[in-house]
Design a protein around this ligand. Structure first.
Ligand SMILES: [Zn+2]
Length: 285
């Protein structure tokens, strides 16, 4: 019954999301891509456990943007989608950038990933809503791979850097959340060309990046958010912020050189989410 209730909330939240573009987090396409890539890599027991946790007729990929839609209902959750780092240092430190923000684990992305990894424990009698824990964890593993989610506090992770994306007004943060992916999908972005976008990344995981996958998965615990955050701020400096200032026109050159980075971060998020869920969920039954 709990799942049914959540499903209704999800439906309402989704209609709201469609009306208001979100400013914090990979857009719908990015989160959907990450969770679909992860789902395809799950072991049988993990997949069975995942399906039990999903709301009735729920599709994992389509539910992964959910956390962005409950920021107003769960006000406490809005600071969990990002990490603020000091301007131009291009580094991340949990003690410096997260821990001081309150709570045992700090109210930021790394703290959130740690909390939801702990909550999603099928061996214990659930003290928490496990469906929500699954959806939050899957969303936040995605967010921490978006380079500008560990961006500088001074420009709110690129949100205050107004740019043009080809001939439209945008913000640097939005370019990374959504614009690059939509441009890659081509004109009239829809479900079919989202499948094509995801397939391309899966082909790279099995081809171009195949030898790196083990390294991405290397982690002594279920998740290693400190590693993912450090990679993200490095990529933010090397790729997202580089050569960009308010008023910049970002077009073909920026798109062609940054698309592979977006694909890489989505691939890494999907692979790592799968290995986390394989560890966490396979204990059932
Ligand atoms: Zn988010």
């Amino acid at each position: 019954m709990e799942n049914r209730k959540l499903f209704h909330i999800l439906l309402i939240s989704f209609s709201l999301t469609l009306a208001t573009p979100c400013a914090h987090g990979w857009g719908f396409e990015g989160h959907t891509a990450i969770c679909r890539i992860a789902q395809a890599r799950l072991t049988k027991p993990a997949l069975a456990a995942l399906e039990k946790l999903l709301p009735l007729n729920g599709e994992f990929g389509a539910l992964c943007p959910w956390a962005d839609t409950v920021k107003f209902r769960y006000r406490w959750s809005s600071s969990l989608h990002f990490i603020n780092t000091p301007e131009r240092l291009c580094s991340y430190s949990y003690a410096r950038d997260c821990k001081g923000r309150g709570g045992v684990n700090g109210n930021c992305l790394e703290g959130a990933i740690n909390n939801y990894t702990t909550q999603l424990n099928l061996k214990k009698t659930p003290q928490y809503n496990l469906t929500e824990a699954l959806l939050f964890l899957s969303h936040f593993v995605g967010d921490i791979h978006q380079p500008l989610h560990t961006g500088f506090a001074s420009d709110k992770g690129g949100n205050t850097i107004k740019v043009r994306w080809f001939n439209r007004a945008s913000e640097l943060h939005h370019v990374w959340d959504t614009d690059i992916i939509k441009t890659a999908q081509g004109k009239g972005a829809n479900a079919t060309n989202l499948d094509g976008f995801i397939n391309q990344i899966q082909q790279k995981i099995n081809g171009l990046w195949a030898k790196q996958v083990r390294g991405w998965e290397a982690c002594k615990t279920a998740t290693c958010p400190n590693v993912y955050a450090a990679e993200s701020i490095k990529a933010a400096c090397e790729w997202a912020y580089k050569g960009v200032q308010t008023g910049s026109v970002l077009a073909d050159d920026y798109f062609k050189t940054r698309l592979p980075i977006v694909q890489l971060r989505i691939a890494q998020a999907g692979v790592r989410l799968a290995s986390a869920l394989n560890r966490i969920l396979a204990v059932a039954g």
